[in-house]
Design a protein around this ligand. Structure first.
Ligand code: MN
Length: 202
């Protein structure tokens, strides 16, 4: 069964002024759409055709580079759209808020660690907040379209928050100013969605 490009859960301009509508339109339609189509081409007529994306990713070391790049791209962007929203600044609350405090020594310490992971990822990739295999919250980053669900990831687990630091995610508005993009990403995080991912991952 073919994977479908999911609709954005908001308008292209909903994350303005932090992420511009033109970037969102191209990023969703062309980039995420491209990964989805190429993933479908790569799995068509193979035994992967009826597997879930999570199962494909957890056995990624046994699949082709096309499945790795496009399967990662398909999954990562689906997560990325869902953990953002327009509107005011929001902090993690409840169990997630408390666990971030306890794990990282405060929200600011977490933000610094996550931002550093995103800023220092050389070239293209992602920064993650994930639940690792021991159930602990961890920050990591991966190259290209890899992610923590992949069996070949350095830090394995279930991602609950991800930031795309490919230039296609920010270049139109920010050019080479990746740190400014990272700072502004924190103004559009949907912490309710991240908390929901956290309770499912645990
Ligand atoms: Mn992207």
């Amino acid at each position: 069964m073919a994977f479908q490009l999911p609709d954005l859960p908001y308008d292209f301009g909903a994350l303005e002024p932090y992420i511009d509508g033109q970037t969102m339109e191209i990023h969703h339609g062309k980039h995420h759409g491209g990964y989805t189509g190429k993933l479908n081409d790569a799995i068509k007529g193979t035994h992967l055709d009826d597997m879930s994306i999570e199962n494909i990713l957890s056995t990624i070391s046994t699949h082709s580079t096309a499945v790795r790049n496009n399967g990662g791209g398909y999954y990562n962007h689906d997560l990325f759209w869902k953990i953002m929203q327009g509107g005011g600044v929001q902090m993690p609350e409840g169990v997630l808020g408390a666990d971030i405090e306890n794990t990282f020594g405060g929200f600011e310490a977490f933000k610094n660690e996550f931002s550093a992971a995103a800023a220092t990822r050389f070239g293209s990739g992602w920064a993650w907040l994930l639940v690792d295999e021991s159930g602990k919250l961890v920050v990591s980053s991966t190259p290209n379209q890899d992610n923590p669900l992949m069996d070949l990831a350095d830090v394995k687990g279930t991602p609950i928050l991800g930031l795309d630091v490919w230039e296609h995610a920010y270049y139109l508005k920010y050019q080479n100013r990746r740190p400014e993009y990272i700072e502004n990403f924190f103004k559009v995080i949907n912490w309710d969605a991240v908390a929901e991912n956290y309770s499912k991952a645990k």
